[in-house]
Ligand binder design. Structure first.
Ligand code: C2E
Ligand code: MG
Ligand code: MG
Ligand code: MG
Length: 291
């Protein structure tokens, strides 16, 4: 009985694994082509200052639509890119695209800081400061308009390589944000060793913030830590007014989420915030620029 059950389990397990592997290899090949043939795109999700809902910046988020597989989530293809070594080419593409976009906005008098997500592999194996410096120079934009969002899981490694990569980014003038804050292990210890400019409360804690005592406790602890270290806090994934009210009452500075704005194409972003035809939209000069 025992042997039969085991062999049955193995027999149904093995083909499933190889189908996943085939999919992965197929996607990896397609992603490689997409990166090298300019088939990726960016959307930009606004960040707002909570007290007056002013636009303070945007986060660049990668999009990939494959002809056959359709839209593929960045959570999935970023992992493929990391495992296949494509990540450095892919992030180079992102930095270049962001710098070109910044240039276009500056040409119209729009000063809008852009945050770029940075994978752990990039910090460990690449040279993000060199890439940002080269692309910012090529597009003639100040690196101070670029913020780098790091996912803290990689920071656990806390290697000398990571430290020096961050230091060089900061010397260039880039801001550093810790993304998905609260979900990692060594976040508390880490932020005293390499204080970021901003921390982003992970949307997992925001989802049920008004109702879950546990989530509220985590978010409150992050906020009080940030206040005492003088860090800007952005809450991610704000979808309801109740969440916004909770965060405002407790001194959260900025919010991002579907309630106020989804990730937008450049055209939609400009139509909503920078269109002269739209009386309700803020004028570019009303944008907050950071000191
Ligand atoms: P992230 O940096 O934490 O980005 C926030 C994610 O939450 C985005 O998903 C965004 O679309 C989504 N989001 C924003 N507001 C809401 C909301 O109110 N509710 C909900 N449920 N979700 C919301 P997206 O675009 O699918 O990106 C997923 C992750 O992929 C990002 O998480 C980031 O870690 C990674 N990623 C995206 N673009 C890049 C990139 O250019 N480079 C790298 N290395 N990673 C990227
Ligand atoms: Mg992010
Ligand atoms: Mg996040
Ligand atoms: Mg994330």
């Amino acid at each position: 009985y025992h042997a039969k059950a085991t062999s049955g389990a193995v027999a149904s397990y093995a083909p499933a694994m190889s189908a996943r592997m085939r999919d992965w290899l197929e996607l990896e090949g397609r992603l490689r082509k997409a990166v090298h043939n300019d088939l990726l795109s960016l959307v930009f999700q606004p960040k707002f200052r909570i007290k007056d809902r002013k636009l303070v910046g945007v986060e660049a988020l990668l999009r990939w639509r494959d002809a056959e597989f359709g839209d593929i989530s960045p959570n999935r293809f970023v992992e493929i890119a990391e495992d296949s070594g494509l990540i450095l080419d892919m992030s180079g593409w992102v930095v270049r695209a962001v710098c070109r976009q910044l240039r276009k906005w500056l040409d119209r008098g729009i000063v809008l800081p852009v945050a770029i997500n940075c994978s752990g592999k990039e910090l460990l194996h690449g040279d993000p400061a060199k890439v940002v410096e080269a692309e910012a120079r090529a597009a003639n934009v100040p690196p101070s308009l670029i913020e780098i969002e790091l996912t803290e899981s990689l920071l656990i490694k806390d290697s000398a390589t990571v430290q020096s990569a961050l230091k060089r980014l900061r010397q260039l003038g880039c801001r550093i944000a810790l993304d998905d804050f609260g979900t990692g292990y060594s976040s508390l210890a880490y932020i005293t060793r390499f204080p970021p400019d901003r921390i982003k409360i992970d949307k997992a804690f925001v989802r049920d913030i008004e109702n879950s005592a546990g989530d509220a406790a985590v978010a409150s602890a992050i906020l009080s830590l940030a206040h005492s270290l003088n860090l800007v806090v952005t809450a991610e994934g704000v979808e309801r007014q109740g969440q916004l009210d909770w965060l405002l009452a407790r001194g959260c500075h900025e919010v991002q989420g579907f309630l106020l704005a989804k990730p937008l194409s450049v055209a939609d972003l400009e139509a909503r915030f920078f269109s002269t035809a739209n009386e309700a939209a803020p004028e570019p000069q009303q944008l907050l620029t950071r000191a």
